[in-house]
Ligand binder design. Structure first.
Ligand code: NAP
Length: 269
């Protein structure tokens, strides 16, 4: 039977996508196949705690096979080989999540007649909360785009963008989780400075980021409105924010996103 979807690369991102698709009901295990080159990783996927152990019927193969569509989730350096194997297997609809790999290259490697698309998720895909941008290749129709965004929605929120925005997406949401982890690290150290035991500071700082993120998500309010709501006149938060502004934290984030965007451009060239 031809699989509804083949995921090439059963690593962190491939497994997270498969799990999201199964949990959301996008597909049944027997609709899906994963092509994984590494025998050690194949064994992990097949183990009772692995994906195929938890979702019996999910097929594990060592090389791409015919399917209605495929997601390429291998490291960027392995994408060319994976696409060529997909072209050989006759797969005509391909979505790549590999960072920095261009649509023109994907189209060339997958062969004539294949619809290609690319997506840039971030590491929060591993917990079903990614911020993902999807761009269509020249041959992709609106149906292909709906197919690709439907797949990526299984692991979080999705926006549609033209490919020329992908370096900016990488600089903002691709690298973004790391910027926020740095903020949490700094807040833990700050908590220790003002007298809290490290474990207490760590628990409070982590939950502060999680709680603030949930407020943004659940209320849909603008960040400036949420900030104003907790900043009383002459109060503690205003005193703290004054120091962040005096130390140009806002401008540091602007420069970080701009530098990461520039680096993505250089790496893709
Ligand atoms: N992880 C993230 O947060 C994240 C975020 C955005 C984008 N991405 C993109 O997602 C892609 C996958 O990343 P990852 O973190 O999931 O990497 P990973 O854990 O290393 O997974 C890749 C897996 O694919 C296997 N593989 C390599 N070539 C193959 C082929 N031709 N056929 C079948 N399987 C093959 C690899 O086996 P070997 O180890 O034997 O090579 C490995 O098990 C990357 O291109 C990355 O840019 C990841």
């Amino acid at each position: 039977m031809v699989a509804k979807l083949l995921v090439v690369g059963g690593g962190k991102m491939g497994a997270a996508l498969l799990e999201g698709l199964l949990i959301s009901g996008w597909a049944r295990p027997t609709d899906l196949a994963v092509a994984e080159a590494s025998p050690a990783r194949q064994a992990e996927l097949a183990s009772p705690e692995g994906l195929a152990g938890r979702f019996p019927g999910l097929e594990i193969v060592s090389e791409p096979v015919q399917a209605e569509g495929a997601v390429v989730a291998v490291k960027p350096g392995d994408v060319e080989g994976a696409c060529q194997a997909l072209g050989f297997a006759g797969v005509r609809r391909v979505l790549s999540v590999a960072a920095g790999v261009k649509l023109a290259d994907l189209a060339r490697w997958c062969g004539e007649g294949a619809a290609v698309l690319r997506a840039m998720p971030n590491t929060a895909a591993l917990v079903g909360d990614a911020a993902t941008a999807v761009a269509p290749g020249p041959g992709a129709t609106s149906e292909d785009m709906a197919w690709a965004t439907g797949i990526m929605r299984a692991v979080g929120k999705v926006v549609e963008v033209p490919e020329r925005w992908m370096d900016a997406v990488t600089g903002l949401s691709g690298s973004g989780p790391a910027y926020l982890f740095l903020v949490v690290e700094a807040m833990v150290d700050a908590g220790v400075l003002v007298g809290l035991p490290r474990e207490v500071a760590s628990e409070l700082a982590r939950q502060t980021l999680v709680g603030a993120a949930r407020l943004l998500a659940v209320t849909g309010e603008a960040p400036e409105a949420l900030r104003a709501a907790v900043t009383s006149p002459g109060g503690t938060t205003a005193a703290g924010l004054r120091q962040l502004e005096a130390r140009a934290v806002r401008s540091a984030f602007v420069e970080a996103v701009a530098a990461a965007t520039q680096r993505a451009l250089e790496l893709g060239a």
